[in-house]
Design a protein around this ligand. Structure first.
Ligand SMILES: [Fe+2]
Length: 183
């Protein structure tokens, strides 16, 4: 635990236990989403499915990176991960991104993907609002994750025909914003 770092956050008026609960619940959302996206990606087949497999994969890997980046901050602030993975799964801040009843329905899979990203965007926006100007390290981390979640949302919403995202594919490595936390 980073004792003084935690004291500074408390002195800034943040309820560290509430913040830790949010960080653990969002870490659970990241790891469970990584798992569920693995199933969704496997079912993205055929002409339509193959077209979005690459962005689903980029989002999947980046969600795993988000989990990896959150864990050190949880322990720095004196928190910990639940010892039981089932309990960890069930405390997720977002509902499971489960495979739709008809796994061949690519539009339905896209809706699951975009809703998962929208849940994440809401969650990290809340953490940014809570930590801005008070907990600089958590704010920096949450903002980096938020940037990637917003890009994921816009990619998938574009495929749903909701409007142009202005983005193109990730060129090269994943996690352009969160990478600095993955030392
Ligand atoms: Fe994520």
């Amino acid at each position: 635990m980073a004792k003084v770092a935690k004291e500074m956050v408390e002195k800034a008026g943040i309820d560290v236990n509430e913040l830790l609960k949010l960080l653990v619940n969002n870490a659970a959302a990241e790891l469970t989403t990584y798992y569920y996206y693995t199933i969704l990606r496997a079912n993205l087949i055929g002409l339509e499915g193959e077209g979005i497999k690459e962005i689903a994969e980029a989002a999947r890997i980046e969600d795993r990176n988000h989990f990896e980046a959150l864990v050190p901050r949880i322990y720095e602030l004196g928190g910990k991960l639940p010892e039981d993975m089932k309990a960890f799964h069930d405390c997720s801040a977002c509902p499971p991104a489960s495979l739709p009843k008809d796994p061949s329905d690519v539009q339905a899979i896209l809706k699951v993907l975009v809703e998962a990203e929208r849940c994440a965007v809401r969650g990290y926006t809340h953490i940014c609002n809570m930590t801005a100007g008070k907990d600089h390290r958590t704010y920096d981390l949450a903002l980096a994750i938020l940037n990637e979640e917003i890009e994921h949302e816009s990619w998938f919403s574009e495929f749903l025909g909701e409007g142009p995202s202005g983005h193109f594919m990730r060129r090269g490595e994943t996690s352009p914003f969160v990478r600095k936390f993955l030392t």
